[in-house]
Design a protein around this ligand. Structure first.
Ligand code: PMP
Ligand code: GLN
Length: 394
């Protein structure tokens, strides 16, 4: 038989799927894959259900998305970031942020282009880029401070740079890029006549009074930036896969061409319900971040109580935990397996987000879970650490 294309088929199954399966098989509490264990607002779900059953038609909606959602995305850009957006020419609806990322890379990248990536990397970036023929140029941030080194970033840019992919707030680092860092990125993008593909799915999940600053709002970036959002994280509906892209027409047009040959459309009832959701009042958005901040604190305090190290977390669903204090002579992947088997708690190894020379003893825990789940996971962890203390060779 002839070979398949190795770019995707040569890779292992995604770490998120692997860890979720392992959790299920072992009856462990799954703090690995990032999804809430309670569905998002009932009124949004009801809106979709009613639209599907009685209101709208369940046939192909317009290729770029239903006007209700495209205009709601434009309004949200104005409301949250004071960004003026024309919904007719500057907003596209996609089947999740993942499709949007795929469309951007298919549309912008030509073989031989270089693309700057900041490790740790969300899982789909590199395969999508490689499939498009790009050469990746890596810059890294590492725990515990996840500091972006200006010189290293500048060195990754060159005459062949087509784009940078920026995940802000960043999964799994839980880093929220500040204005100074963003200004550095913007300066380099402009200087190299490049584009920025901004994955901002956690835009509304930032903590401790921080502000999420979209790169597109920085001087010189309006025409160069593609900003991607997702209803999955904003409304705790990760299974819906409704994403949205905001970009100037010169960038949105090519992305739309890729979209029309990828999924073409996204379920119309879900789109209308997300449009309704985006119009929710400030209380909704404040409690989304506030509730998750409280969960972060609950998990962080409990984990710290077991003697494990805690890495600061400024946003997203994820807490990075330093397993170093346990004194285990094992890499993070093995530790995550052991935790699943022995403690009954599943995490994701942070090394999965790096290509090589990854930090060795950091694991990612997802806290978008019911308090009872977090507490149960903490009890299990504490019991396991205690058992190890009594019998380190066990
Ligand atoms: N980017 C990042 C950084 C993510 O964590 C996720 C998972 N929500 C996605 C993209 C994918 O988003 P979606 O489910 O909307 O495709
Ligand atoms: N974004 C989720 C995470 O980081 C996973 C989504 C997926 O499984 N593709 O855990």
């Amino acid at each position: 038989m002839k070979s398949t294309n190795p770019v995707y088929t040569g890779l292992e199954t995604s770490i998120f799927e692997v860890m979720s399966r392992l959790a299920k098989e072992n009856g462990a509490i799954n703090l690995g894959q990032g999804f809430p264990d309670v569905d998002g607002p009932e009124d949004i779900r009801r809106f979709a259900a009613e639209d599907i059953l009685s209101g709208g038609r369940n046939q192909y909606p317009p290729m770029m998305g239903v006007p209700e959602l495209r205009s709601a995305v434009a309004e949200a850009n104005k409301r949250f970031y004071d960004l003026d957006v024309d919904w007719r020419t500057e907003v596209l609806v996609t089947s999740g942020a993942t499709e949007a990322l795929s469309d951007c890379m298919a549309a912008l990248i030509e073989p031989g282009d270089e693309v700057v990536l900041i490790e740790p990397l969300y899982d789909c970036y590199l395969p999508l880029l490689r499939r498009a023929g790009a050469t990746p140029k890596f810059v890294r941030v590492t725990p515990p401070d996840w500091r972006l080194d200006r010189e290293a970033l500048a060195a990754a840019f060159g005459p062949k740079t087509k784009a940078i992919v920026l995940n802000n707030p960043m999964n799994p680092a839980a880093k929220v890029f500040d204005r100074e860092e963003l200004a550095t990125i913007a300066e380099l993008v402009v200087a190299h006549d490049a584009y920025a593909i901004c994955d901002e799915v956690y835009e509304h999940i930032v903590f401790d009074g921080r502000e999420h600053i979209p790169l597109i709002t920085l001087p010189g970036m309006r025409e160069r930036t593609i900003r991607i959002g997702s209803a999955g994280k904003t409304f705790s509906l990760t299974g819906w896969k409704v994403g949205y892209v905001t970009a100037a027409p010169n960038l949105l047009d090519p992305v739309t061409k890729a979209h029309q040959y990828t999924t073409f459309t996204t379920p119309p009832g879900l789109q209308k319900a997300v449009a309704y959701g985006l119009g929710k009042d400030d209380d909704y958005y404040e409690s989304l971040a506030g509730d998750l901040q409280a969960k972060r604190d609950r998990l962080a305090e409990g984990v710290a109580g077991t003697g494990l190290g805690i890495v600061p977390c400024a946003g997203t669903y994820f807490l990075t935990v330093d397993t170093g204090p346990l004194g285990l002579d094992a890499a993070d992947t093995a530790i995550c397996e052991t935790l699943t088997f022995e403690a009954g708690v599943t995490a994701v190894p942070v090394s999965a987000f790096y290509q090589s020379d990854a930090p060795r003893n950091f694991i990612r825990l997802c806290f978008s879970k019911r308090d009872t789940m977090i507490d149960e996971a903490l009890e299990r962890l504490a019991r396991w650490v205690e058992r190890r203390g009594e019998d380190p060779d066990a």
